[in-house]
Write a protein that binds this ligand. Structure first.
Ligand SMILES: Nc1ncnc2c1ncn2[C@@H]1O[C@H](COP(=O)(O)OP(=O)(O)OP(=O)(O)O)[C@@H](O)[C@H]1O
Length: 265
C-alpha cells in the first residue's frame, strides 16, 4: 500500500459500479451479482436484503476484496480494489475494514479483552489502537465488567458485543456484518442492532449488513433489496412491515418475469 497515496476523507466510504460476478457451473453461467452500481456513506448502516441465493454474500465478498469481480469496480475509502494485489488487499482489510459474523468468531481460549485486542496483538493493525476510543467502546457496549471472561462464560448477545468491539477497535472505515443477529433472540438482536446503528453514527464508520430478516433490516438507515444478483429496490429508513412488503413485491415481480420467460420459450 505504500505505493498508493492516502485518500481524502469523503462522505462516500465505498462505492461499486457495474459490479458483476459470474460463476460457471455445469456449462451454465450464473450472475451471482449482476451490474450493481451503488454507494455507501460514512456513519450509515446499510442493510442488504434478499432471499437465499440472491447474491448478498457475493456482493459483500466483492466489496471487501475477498473475491474479485468478473467486471466492474469497487472503491473503498478512496482505494480502487482492482488496483491491489492480494497482500495489499489483506493489508487494506486489516487497516480499514472490520468484520462481524453470525457465529461471533471469538477465540474460545481467550478472554473478552484478549479477543478484542487480538488483531492488534497479531500485528495486523498498522495503527495502534487509540486507548481512549477503546475505553469509550467498552463502556458503550456495556463490556467493562465482562472483560476477563472467556467466551463460554458470556451470553450470545454479550459475545456479539465483544465481536463488535473487536471490529470497531481500530476505527475501520467500513464494517461488514453478515447476519449479525442470526444467532440471537429477538430482544437481544434488537439491542445489538441499536448499538451498531448508534456506533455507526457516532464513529462515522459505514456499516454494510447482509440479512434476510426484515426486522434486522428495519434498524438500518438504508435498505438495498437484491434479487437474482440485481439491485431491485432501495429504501431509506423503513419498518419491518415495509421491508417485508418490498421483498414480497420483488418476489412477485421476479416470478412474473420467470413466467413470461417460460411462456416465450
Ligand atoms: N463459488 C461459487 N461457485 C458457484 N456458484 C456460486 C458460488 N458462490 C455463490 N454461487 C451462487 O451465486 C448465487 C448467489 O449466492 P450468494 O451466496 O451470494 O447468495 P446469498 O443471497 O448470500 O444466499 P444466502 O442468504 O443463502 O447466504 C447462488 O445461486 C449461489 O449458488
Amino acid at each position: 500500500m505504500t505505493t498508493h497515496t492516502a485518500p481524502r476523507p469523503d462522505e462516500i466510504v465505498a462505492r461499486c459500479s457495474d459490479l458483476t460476478r459470474l460463476f460457471g457451473a455445469d456449462g451454465a453461467t450464473i450472475a451471482a451479482v449482476n451490474r450493481i452500481t451503488t454507494e455507501f456513506r460514512r456513519g450509515e448502516l446499510t442493510a442488504v436484503v434478499g432471499p437465499s441465493g440472491s447474491g448478498k454474500s457475493t456482493l459483500m465478498y466483492l466489496l471487501a476484496g475477498l473475491d474479485a469481480p468478473t467486471w466492474g469496480e469497487v472503491e473503498l475509502d478512496g482505494y480502487r480494489l482492482t488496483d491491489f494485489d492480494e497482500p495489499e488487499l489483506a493489508a487494506l482489510r486489516h487497516e480499514r475494514m472490520g468484520f462481524i459474523f453470525q457465529s461471533f468468531n471469538l477465540l474460545p481460549g481467550l478472554t473478552a479483552i484478549a479477543n478484542i485486542r487480538l488483531p492488534e496483538s497479531l500485528g495486523r493493525h498498522r495503527r495502534p489502537i487509540d486507548e481512549a476510543w477503546l475505553q469509550q467502546l467498552i463502556e458503550r457496549l456495556g463490556l467493562a465488567a465482562l472483560l476477563e471472561r472467556l467466551p463460554h462464560e458470556l451470553s450470545g448477545g454479550q459475545q456479539q458485543r465483544v465481536a463488535i468491539a473487536r471490529a470497531l477497535a481500530h476505527r475501520p472505515a467500513v464494517i461488514f456484518a453478515d447476519e449479525p443477529t442470526g444467532n440471537l433472540d429477538l430482544a437481544t438482536g434488537g439491542d445489538v442492532l441499536r448499538l451498531l446503528t448508534e456506533l455507526a453514527h457516532e464513529s462515522g464508520c459505514g456499516i454494510i449488513m447482509v440479512t434476510h430478516d426484515p426486522r434486522a433490516a428495519s434498524a438500518a438507515d438504508r435498505v438495498l433489496s437484491i434479487r437474482d444478483g440485481h439491485l431491485v429496490a432501495e429504501l431509506g429508513r423503513a419498518s419491518a412491515a415495509e421491508i417485508s412488503a418490498l421483498m414480497l413485491a420483488d418476489a412477485i415481480d421476479a416470478d412474473a418475469r420467470d413466467a413470461d420467460a417460460a411462456a416465450t420459450r
